[in-house]
Structures are given as structure tokens and as C-alpha cells.
Write a protein that binds this ligand. Structure first.
Ligand code: MAN
Length: 227
């Protein structure tokens, strides 16, 4: 047995033409014929037609809500798939980006990719995320200011891996966009040792890493590719 027609729709039953347009689901074939029979059938016809029509509308509503449920499920599945696709695309983007980065002669700087190192001064918390970005955040609340995004290795020719350049940070008022030069040194710990702003909106960081010891051990000025 189909479930009973909702009371609100039963009330609308008498306003057949409006009711047909407002019906929120598919109308089974034959529905219109019953409507006509019912209208033309006199008192007996009305009873029979009414019952048939109520049944038709009930099953129509069932069908409609089934379709709605199926559509809703399909929409959910689709948006989940779309979300996964975006995640995978962003992963691929990250990997592609990672593949283009020069992590040193033997990839010795790769371990710091996806890491961030902080140093707090009187006023700011400075954050260096190697091969990604440098940022500055007021110690006592406030938003982060970009001091540059990864640009390139910036050491002199004979010691390319001794400095990193981060560029195109937040614009400086009446000045250039902020940028940071990170000078590397050999140390047991990976840590930001100091930060300064030698010239307005141009920052300098000293950064120690064991990876640089390896670079140094090659000896400056030698050609690493030669055996
Ligand atoms: C902020 C900070 C400073 C910088 C000034 C320039 O206060 O980013 O480091 O010198 O802006 O206006």
C-alpha cells in the first residue's frame, strides 16, 4: 500500500490545475486521464477517480522522493570525488614543485622542505619555512606579514648553497615588496640564529643546518662534479 497522501496535498486536491503544477515529483502516465474521468464522472466517478488519483499521487510522491534521495546521493558522491580530485591535484602540484627545487649537491637540504623554524625577538615571531616562505608575526597578536616566498639559492658562484633568497613578500609602504636573504652556516641544529632588517623591509636571517657542513666539506671553489 502506498503511504497516505499528506494532508496539505489532500486539501489541494480540489484545486487540480494548480496542484498539478506544484506537485514536487514525476507524475505517472494516466494521471491526466484519471483527472478528466473524475471531473466528468458525476458523483460515482468522483469517488473512483479520487481514489485512483490519490494512489497515483502517492506513488508519484514515493517515486519523487526516491529520485530525490538517489540524486542527493549522487550529488554527495560527486562532491566527494571532486574534493578528492582537488586534494590529489594539489598533492601533484606540491610534488611537481618539490621536483623543481634544488636541494643541494646530494639533496642534503631536502629534509627541511615542509618544515618551519621560528625565532622570537622583542617584537616579532619570525618564521622560516625553507623552500617555501618567510614570515613575520607581531608577538602580541596581529596578522602575519610575508617577508618573501622562495626564490632561489643566492650564494656566490663558488658557494651557491650558502644563501637563500625569498622575494615578493607583502609590499612595504612607499617601498619595495619585502624580501629576505637567509645566510646558512654549519651547525648541529637546524635553527634560525638571528634576524635583522639591515634596510627597511629587507630582512636578513642567519640559519644553521648540519646540511651546510657537508657543503662546506666539499671545499669552496672546487668543482663537485669532478671525481
Ligand atoms: C612593519 C614591519 C617592519 C617594517 C615596517 C615597514 O612594522 O614589517 O619590519 O620595517 O612594517 O613599514
Amino acid at each position: 500500500m502506498p503511504p497516505p497522501l499528506p494532508v496539505a496535498l489532500q486539501a489541494k486536491w480540489y484545486e487540480t490545475s494548480r496542484f498539478l503544477h506544484e506537485l514536487p515529483c514525476l507524475i505517472p502516465s494516466g494521471f491526466f486521464r484519471w483527472t478528466v474521468e473524475m471531473n466528468e464522472g458525476g458523483e460515482n466517478g468522483v469517488d473512483g477517480g479520487e481514489r485512483k488519483m490519490l494512489e497515483a499521487v502517492s506513488s508519484c510522491l514515493d517515486l519523487g522522493s526516491d529520485l530525490e534521495r538517489t540524486a542527493e546521493k549522487a550529488r554527495n558522491t560527486f562532491s566527494e570525488a571532486e574534493k578528492s580530485l582537488k586534494e590529489v591535484e594539489s598533492l601533484i602540484g606540491n610534488i611537481e614543485k618539490e621536483l623543481t627545487i634544488d636541494f643541494g649537491t646530494d639533496g642534503e637540504f631536502a629534509y627541511m622542505f615542509n618544515q618551519c623554524y621560528e625565532m622570537t625577538t622583542n617584537e616579532y615571531i619570525y618564521k622560516l619555512c625553507p623552500f617555501n616562505k618567510v614570515a613575520q608575526k607581531p608577538k602580541h597578536g596581529g596578522s602575519e606579514t610575508s617577508l618573501g616566498i622562495w626564490g632561489s639559492w643566492a650564494g656566490p658562484e663558488h658557494s651557491r648553497f650558502s644563501a637563500m633568497k625569498y622575494e615578493h613578500g607583502t609590499g612595504c609602504w612607499q617601498g619595495p615588496s619585502r624580501s629576505t636573504l637567509v645566510k646558512l652556516s654549519c651547525g648541529k641544529e637546524t635553527a634560525v640564529l638571528s634576524t635583522s632588517e639591515p634596510s627597511r623591509c629587507e630582512y636578513l636571517m642567519e640559519f644553521s643546518t648540519p646540511a651546510f657542513c657537508q657543503e662546506e666539506s666539499y671545499g669552496e671553489g672546487t668543482d663537485h662534479d669532478e671525481l
